[in-house]
Write a protein that binds this ligand. Structure first.
Ligand code: ASP
Length: 321
């Protein structure tokens, strides 16, 4: 059939497109006028405070999550995010981040060096370009062109720990980090009931130079669907990438899973792929459109911070692995 005649006859016989996923579930109700923030790990408490300060002034969820994660990005005590983050095997601090708004816009940077606030560079990518992700030298060039300051992110503490690690290539010694992964993901609902998410990290400590984890990957480290909910991940990024983790949790919620069950199912799928007890950690947090939250981790030790109904609290999560 010639293309012209196909268009002619084909148009007459067109069948209305069917939804790929039957979406007969009731829409999830908006949480309006009750701003809520959830973040990973204990640095999530300070991130939540900063995010809630924005939401209280009627700010957007997007402004809130950016303001929130900028706190650990600037804090040298958070050695897994931004300034003071643990370096890669060559001693370079390389940062990954992504951000997503309620309209489904997204921006990300990966393998970015010498810029303290990768989340704000990611937001610039989202707002000033029609790309989603910039990496490495290109991301840095873009950041400098947009007046971000170049600075050394390797603190003495992180440099000394890295030098000790180089002596025997182990993080299991008493001097070493207890946890080498503590990415911050922050998810928020603003007064209008709109959602946004941000995720930022220096990645796995002493990673191979050039390694990029899940955190800057939309759908892996973080995902937002304003009709359904927002999800963030932390832990061994490779496993999150292989299961499209955050997107999976959102899609499970779309299919009617509670936020909690969706997080547990995504974690279970990773556990099932490994015959033996899983030693690494993966954890998810989820914030459904109606304000219901979910969380799950493979192993004990994961914590999340929730700011809801005027209370900002840290919670321990028992592993399901
Ligand atoms: N997910 C991060 C990564 O794989 C690590 C973390 O959660 O800290 O880079």
């Amino acid at each position: 059939m010639k293309r012209r005649s196909f268009i002619k006859t084909g148009a007459a016989g067109l069948v209305a497109p069917t939804a790929l996923i039957s979406n007969d579930k009731k829409p999830i109700k908006n949480r309006v006028g009750k701003p809520t923030v959830i973040s990973t790990w204990n640095h999530g408490l300070l991130a939540n405070d900063a995010a809630m300060a924005v939401l209280r002034k009627n700010g957007s969820a997007l402004d809130a999550v950016e303001a929130g994660v900028r706190v650990p990005e600037a804090d040298p005590k958070s050695q897994s995010v931004g300034y003071g983050g643990r370096p890669d095997e060559d001693g370079h601090v390389t940062l990954d981040a992504c951000i997503m708004d309620s309209a489904g816009n997204a921006g990300a940077v990966a393998f970015l060096r010498d810029i303290k606030h990768p989340i704000s560079v990611a937001r610039k990518v989202m707002e000033r370009t029609d790309h989603v992700m910039l990496v490495g030298e290109g991301a840095k060039k873009f950041a400098l062109a947009h007046s971000f300051k170049e600075e050394n992110l390797l603190t003495d503490k992180s440099r000394e720990e890295w030098l000790r690690w180089k002596e025997d290539h182990s993080i299991k010694d008493t001097w070493g980090p207890n946890e080498d992964h503590d990415t911050i993901s922050t998810l928020a609902i603003d007064n209008k009931g709109d959602l946004a998410g941000a995720c930022t990290t220096s990645g796995i400590a002493y990673k191979i130079h050039g390694r990029v984890g899940d955190s800057p990957l939309i759908g892996a480290g973080m995902y937002v669907d304003n009709d359904i909910g927002a999800v963030g991940a932390t832990g061994k990024g490779e496993e999150v990438i292989k299961t499209c983790g955050s997107f999976l949790v959102v899609e499970l919620m779309r299919q009617g899973y509670s936020a909690m069950d969706a997080c547990r199912e995504a974690v279970q799928r990773i556990i099932q792929k490994h015959a033996k007890k899983v030693k690494f950690q993966i954890a998810y947090i989820a914030l459904r459109k109606d304000g219901k939250i979910g969380y799950a981790g493979i192993n004990d030790g994961f914590q999340y911070a929730l700011y809801k109904d005027n209370q900002n609290k840290l919670y321990d999560v028992k592993g399901i692995g």
